[in-house]
Design a protein around this ligand. Structure first.
Ligand SMILES: NC(=O)c1ccc[n+]([C@@H]2O[C@H](COP(=O)([O-])OP(=O)(O)OC[C@H]3O[C@@H](n4cnc5c(N)ncnc54)[C@H](OP(=O)(O)O)[C@@H]3O)[C@@H](O)[C@H]2O)c1
Length: 267
């Protein structure tokens, strides 16, 4: 099936590892041109090599910290200098913050999590919209989370950013649909990536568990409604993101696609 993504310019944030790396490689398979953003140049280069091997026609890597003033605008400016425009923006970069109860989280940590998870999305979206509006075609896909829909007692700062992203996604879909710009979100749950491995490490350390014990504990205590009774893979999330960017999803906007093994309890 031709997804219509060949030679489309796709900007993926948080592309050096985890979901972002898998998303980059999946767009590579469709023959897209890629702009890969994260802080680690070396890891970005490794992902670029893999994406090119899979079929990406060109790859630009930009190593930057998206929470720094003006970084988002500079990323879009560098991408448009190289490729002339941007067709697809995947706002994937995000951090969890500490796996802590509410009273243990400082103001600084709240701001750090909001700066990346929400404000980089605001700034990047603002910077790409002129290109998408001019070409009357664009796709914006925001990585939210199960935690945005179904919060638990830990990581309230993280959950709040992800809930805000769902709201922002819907708002943007209403504002820009008439200009051919479709805005959707994807909400994964418990996907094995460096982020989740780090969280399992924190649980293991706090409870004196091994990592496999921590994974079993987390599934039982924190994610009892994952009906498939396993963690998901980055490739399973990447497939949903590529679908939403494609011509196959041309009548979908303001949607939240859950890739969560059934974890969110509501219909
Ligand atoms: N894994 C899950 O189960 C899960 C579930 C729900 C939602 N999500 C969401 O999916 C997205 C990706 O998660 P993941 O599990 O793949 O996380 P991850 O393994 O920690 O990867 C995060 C990515 O973001 C980049 N990044 C972090 N801070 C950055 C900054 N200040 N500036 C630029 N890039 C930065 C990291 O690269 P550098 O370190 O090189 O900068 C990395 O490429 C996140 O938004 C997350 O909230 C994940």
């Amino acid at each position: 099936m031709d997804l219509g993504l060949k030679d489309k310019v796709v900007l993926v944030t948080g592309a050096s590892k985890g979901l972002g790396a898998a998303i980059a490689v999946a767009f590579g398979r469709e023959g897209s041109k890629l702009v890969l953003v994260a802080r680690s140049q070396t890891e970005l280069e490794q992902v670029a090599v893999e994406a090119e091997k899979q079929g990406a026609t060109e790859v630009l890597e930009i190593a930057t910290d998206l929470t720094q003033a003006d970084a988002c605008r500079q990323v879009v400016s560098a991408a448009s200098d190289r490729f002339g425009t941007i067709h697809v923006l995947v706002n994937n970069a995000g951090i969890l913050g500490s796996f802590s109860p509410f009273e243990a989280i400082t103001d600084d940590e709240w701001l750090q999590v909001f700066n990346l998870n929400l404000f980089s999305v605001v700034k990047l979206t603002r910077a790409v919209l002129p290109f998408m509006t001019q070409q009357q075609w664009g796709r914006i896909i925001n990585l939210s989370s199960e935690s945005g829909l179904q919060p638990d007692a830990t990581m309230p700062h993280y959950g709040a950013t992800k809930a805000a992203l769902l709201n922002l996604t819907k708002s943007l879909s209403k504002g820009y649909g008439q200009q051919g710009i479709l805005v959707n979100s994807v909400s994964p749950a418990f996907i094995k990536t460096p982020m989740v491995e780090n969280m399992l490490g924190q649980i293991a350390q706090a409870n004196g568990f091994t990592i496999p014990d921590a994974e079993r504990y987390f599934l039982k205590e924190n994610r009892p409604h994952i009906e498939l009774k396993r963690a998901g893979t980055a490739a399973e999330v990447a497939a949903a993101v590529v679908f939403l960017a494609s011509e196959a999803a041309s009548f979908m906007t303001g949607t939240n696609l859950r890739v969560d093994g059934g974890s969110v309890a509501s219909i």
